[in-house]
Write a protein that binds this ligand. Structure first.
Ligand code: EPZ
Length: 445
């Protein structure tokens, strides 16, 4: 079946990825720096008035967007995507604002609320929109700022926050559910508050732990790092530091799944630069129960696919549970197994926008409430499919790798938000994949 791929010179309106399935994954895949850790590290730089150097920062759309959000405040950001490093100097911070046109593109921009309140005692930050799979509330973030003494008004889609007397005070907050973003925002506010704060049921994702160690290196006084109870003693000022970002655990898990479905049975696929501990035991144990194996030697993981993959049902949960950000990718792995399995999503309702697209590829997956029932072993057929959000789009790439024929994954700007040059990494590991320019509005198809 032919696909009409329109090639326009210099038209960046949309790219898509063209994948010709069936080629074995072999060789080495390098893990980039973590997107979800880099963003809080960038926010922390606003809490001090000198240059903060961050390394192992991935070259991603979300990072570029957040850099622009931060520059709106007057903070100077010198980024060198080629060397994956960035220097942020908030000595020139003059404007406590994060505008809608940027915040709507990347919801983690909402970290500006805690950073600006912590540093300036005021903030005017656009409420983030939802995202492709549904509402993403920020009520816990708002309650957290109120617990630190801030007054909060909503004005034409913006949160307008003020700390009486120009400085937040200590406070106590219990998070229900345990929220990564709210934990980070409250830490940003509490670190420079006058007095002590306690966060109960705090998130303990590796992103949060690494962020806390950066704040500590800047002079913040935080006890309980890595536990559900964080105690913070506010200080008067924080100092600049140089910090190395940690590797991206979700990219690492995505590559492990790629090796399990597309690696030659028994042949080694190497994944370098990752930290398996950041994946949590639930994912690692489920991965091994499929019959896939991995060995770790330093920062090199060697994965081998089994002769036959075994179906393993999973249930997502907060860390160290099975990461919700690997749920869509796991569904493709289950589609390759002979047998039935279930994927139960407990963190976000309806994070299943990839299922209709996978169904179009012949995957037998049915959504029942907050679960997906998968009957594996069916032939996966290449066709044109639509990206809807970051992790859904990478699951379509995985499916295309093991599909019969050609798959066109459209609107890969979703993918570019969180995966650095993934087509180059996969092509270098044997996959027939290329990026082509595409204008879907000109396509007569
Ligand atoms: C972070 O989002 C990640 N994003 C998400 O990754 C990830 O899926 C999520 O954590 C869970 O691990 C970044 O780190 C930038 P939450 P976050 O607050 O902080 C509810 C990706 O693909 N909640 O821990 O927004 C919320 O609805 C992205 O890289 C409230 O009810 O997630 C969810 O059910 C997608 N009120 C649960 O908490 C709030 O105020 C966990 O969300 C905040 C959250």
């Amino acid at each position: 079946m032919g696909h009409t791929t329109i090639r326009f010179p210099n038209d960046q309106s949309m790219d898509n990825l063209v994948i010709r399935g069936g080629r074995p994954l072999q060789g080495t895949l390098a893990v980039s720096g973590s997107k979800n850790t880099a963003l809080p590290l960038m926010s922390a730089a606003l809490l001090t008035d000198g240059p903060v150097k961050l390394t192992n920062i991935p070259d991603l759309k979300d990072i570029h967007t957040f850099r622009r959000v931060i520059e709106v405040t007057g903070t100077r950001v010198d980024a060198d995507p080629g060397s994956h490093s960035m220097v942020l100097d908030a000595g020139s911070l003059v404007r406590a604002e994060a505008p809608y046109e940027l915040v709507k593109r990347m919801r983690a921009s909402f970290y500006m609320l805690g950073a600006l309140l912590g540093r300036m005692g005021e903030a005017r930050v656009s409420l983030p929109g939802g995202c492709a799979w549904g509402p993403r509330p920020v009520d816990l973030h708002i309650e957290g700022m109120k617990a630190l003494g801030a007054t909060i008004d909503l004005d034409q889609g913006y949160v307008v926050a003020k700390a009486p007397g120009g400085r937040l005070r200590g406070g106590r907050m219990t998070l229900e559910p345990s929220s990564v973003g709210a934990t980070i925002n409250i830490l940003l506010g509490a670190s420079l508050a006058s007095g002590s704060s306690v966060i109960e049921n705090a998130a303990i994702e590796p992103d949060v732990v690494h962020f806390c160690t950066m704040l500590q290196a800047m002079g913040a006084r935080i006890d309980g790092i890595g536990t559900r109870t964080l105690e913070i003693e506010g200080v008067d000022r924080l100092s600049p530091v140089d910090v190395a970002n940690c590797p991206d655990r979700i990219e690492m898990g995505t590559f492990m799944i790629a090796a399990a479905i597309a690696g030659e049975p028994g042949s080694p696929v190497q994944i370098t630069g990752g930290d398996a501990d950041h994946l949590g035991d639930a994912f690692l144990e489920a991965f091994q129960r499929t019959g896939s194996t991995y060995e770790i030697d330093g920062d090199i993981m060697t994965v081998r696919a089994p002769e036959e993959l075994r179906p393993v049902s999973i249930r997502t949960d907060i860390y160290p549970g099975f990461p919700t950000d690997l749920q869509a990718q796991w569904t493709v792995l289950m589609a390759k197994c002979a047998g039935n399995s279930k994927v139960h999503e407990t963190v976000y309702p309806d994070r299943f926008k990839h299922i209709p697209e996978l169904q179009r590829m012949g995957v037998n997956a049915i959504i029942v409430g907050d679960e997906v029932m998968i009957e594996g072993g069916k032939t996966i057929q290449g066709t044109s499919v639509m990206s809807t959000d970051l992790r859904a789009s990478v699951s379509l790439v995985l499916a295309g790798m093991v599909a019969e024929g050609e798959t066109h994954v459209l609107r890969v700007y979703h993918l570019d938000r969180g995966y650095e040059r993934i087509e180059e990494k996969l092509a270098a590991a044997g996959i027939d994949i290329e990026r082509v320019q595409y204008d879907e509005w000109a396509d007569p198809g």
